[in-house]
Ligand binder design. Structure first.
Ligand code: FCB
Length: 444
């Protein structure tokens, strides 16, 4: 039996584009995901976030679900195109939606943990050059400043960016996320501007003495293992670790980009002059906590054909419905490595969860034993890591609801609540009931 202190924060998480729908309501204009998902072949089944979970209209019902779980906190993100539907044009109606949501959560004793950017850049900003353009930092700061001014009193913690690796590399290099570009130079520039906008937003927040809430960033991290002990596989694993993890960890915690990765990237990037004097100081501005989204480990092998010399290797681990290795032990190793090499900030696991092909039974139950088991193993790992002194202060289960899973559309269900998308009815899965028990007992 493992226990959690009274202070430990249990929560659940979502993001704006994945659940809200109502894409034309309240003065919102399109985001890059509205445009991307409309392009044929980009998203499974041609799915879009146009309706999603219709959370924009059903948020009160969703707050009731959150309450029934007994969690301490709820993590959600703000849709930038609701707040600035056009360049320089603030939309109070958009802000009001989030103010009401946060207020109602507070009234229910649930702490709002708010992400500013979970990938839905307004289309107008993309058309002006998007994250490739250095001015994106200024556009983001205008938006962040407004959110701080209007919401700080009802928000308990702030996250600047969710998973900049996905926004930059999946969006601008691998082409599988909006806006679907495949240009490494652009992607690396984008990563720099995302990180810079993070650092500058933290500086802006910290320079205003009236703001005192914790602020930080969330990275998706994956512990990387070579498929064999060969020098080539070791090199490939090191490169992949650089690609996903170190390219973001190093600037945030050490104030510099990893030299080996700059070398590797230099075959496609002619100049790193977009890194200007003072940028690295801003990017490494000190935060109050560090957010980690953890899903799986990565097994990597050498590939001479791949431009960055790595590719995923076949693994014999049990897998989730995404084909991702279930790897709570490697999660433990990841946290220990972070503590050793990078940071002593309080850690929040801002996302962890699993997709499985769920079946809704006639009596409204969903017996999602795979998800329940995945969740229990990771929660147990956290309790054990805390016994080692790893100082993990919170855990957010992804996700409150089945939702629009990006390029996988509605094919992949990550929710602990089943959503019947034809009726918008919600059903608590067995994993949700089990989570409520754990949260209540603060024991596993
Ligand atoms: C993370 C994203 C989140 C969700 C989960 C499954 O990378 O932050 O929006 O899609 O994966």
């Amino acid at each position: 039996m493992k226990t959690f202190t009274e202070d430990f924060i249990f929560g659940t998480a979502t993001s704006s584009y994945q659940i809200e729908g109502a894409v034309n309501a309240g003065g919102r204009t399109p985001s890059i995901w509205d445009e991307f998902s409309k392009q044929p072949g980009k998203v499974w089944n041609g799915d879009t976030g146009e309706i999603a979970c219709d959370h924009y209209h059903r948020f009160e019902e969703d707050i009731e679900i959150i309450k029934s779980l007994g969690v301490d906190s709820y993590r959600f993100s703000i849709a930038w195109p609701r707040i600035f539907p056009r360049a320089g044009e603030y939309n109070p109606e958009g802000m009001e939606f989030y103010r009401t949501l946060a207020k109602k959560l507070n009234e229910a004793g649930i702490r709002p943990f708010v992400t500013l950017y979970h990938w839905d850049m307004p289309q107008w900003a993309y058309e002006k050059g998007g994250w490739v353009h250095r001015d994106s930092v200024t556009w983001f700061l205008d938006y962040a400043k407004k959110c701080f001014e209007e919401l700080d009193d009802v928000v308990s913690m702030w996250i600047t960016h969710n998973e900049p690796w996905c926004a930059a590399l999946l969006g601008y290099y691998e082409g599988v996320h909006a806006p679907g570009h495949t240009d490494l130079e652009e992607a690396v520039k984008v990563s720099h501007h995302l990180l810079l906008s993070h650092g500058k937003a933290v500086e802006l927040y910290k320079n205003e003495t009236k703001y005192e809430k914790p602020i930080g960033i969330t990275l998706n991290l994956t512990p990387v293992y070579p498929a064999s002990a060969s020098a080539n596989d070791e090199l490939a694993a090191h490169n992949y670790d650089g690609y996903v993890n170190r390219w973001f960890l190093d600037p945030i915690f050490k104030g510099s980009y990893p030299k080996d990765m700059m070398n590797l990237y230099s075959k496609e990037i002619r100049s790193f002059e977009f890194i200007e004097a003072g940028d690295m100081e801003s990017i490494s501005a000190s935060c109050d906590f560090f957010g980690i989204n953890f899903y799986n480990r990565s097994l990597i092998q050498y590939s001479a054909e791949s431009p960055l010399l790595f590719e995923p290797a076949e693994s014999d681990y049990p897998k989730t419905g995404m084909g991702w290795d279930i790897s709570p032990n490697e999660f433990r190793e990841l946290i220990r490595t972070l503590r050793r090499d990078f940071t002593d900030l309080p850690i929040y696991i801002t996302e962890n969860g699993a997709a499985f092909p769920d079946v809704l039974e006639d009596d409204g139950t969903v017996r999602d034993s795979g998800r329940k088991d995945y969740m229990e193993r990771h929660i147990r790992a956290i309790a054990e890591l805390n016994e080692e002194g790893m100082n993990i202060q919170g855990y957010y289960l992804w996700s409150l609801l089945d939702n629009f899973e990006w390029a996988f559309g509605y094919d992949k269900r990550f929710g602990i609540t089943y959503v019947d998308f034809s009726t918008q009815r919600r059903y608590l899965k067995d994993s949700a009931k089990r989570y409520a028990e754990i949260v209540k007992a603060r024991k596993i």
